[in-house]
Design a protein around this ligand. Structure first.
Ligand SMILES: [Zn+2]
Length: 92
């Protein structure tokens, strides 16, 4: 499925209330699969994205952020504290 086809599928799913997949499963800008979990603080999000409910993949967020700030960004990988079981910690 091309990115344009995927964007059409996302629009169709949105209009029908997301019956076939979760709205965050795909980027609403490029149509590619989105990561399960990623985070950027609200301040940086608002610099790049005026619509706080918009669903973006990390690559699209970085492109918009760079466009608005003129700076290069970088990523830092962190363990998700809710799913990290290496220390025997779970929230269940
Ligand atoms: Zn994207």
């Amino acid at each position: 499925m091309s990115d344009l086809d995927q964007l059409a599928k996302i629009a169709e799913q949105r209009s029908r209330g997301w019956p076939d997949f979760h709205p965050e499963a795909f980027c609403h800008r490029c149509g590619r699969p989105n990561l399960w979990s990623w985070y950027v603080d609200d301040t940086e999000w608002q610099v790049a994205v005026s619509d706080t409910a918009r669903i973006l993949c990390p690559q699209c967020f970085v492109a918009l952020w760079k466009e608005m700030t003129g700076f290069e960004g970088t990523w830092e990988l962190r363990l998700d504290p809710l799913t990290d079981q290496r220390n025997g910690d779970t929230d269940e």
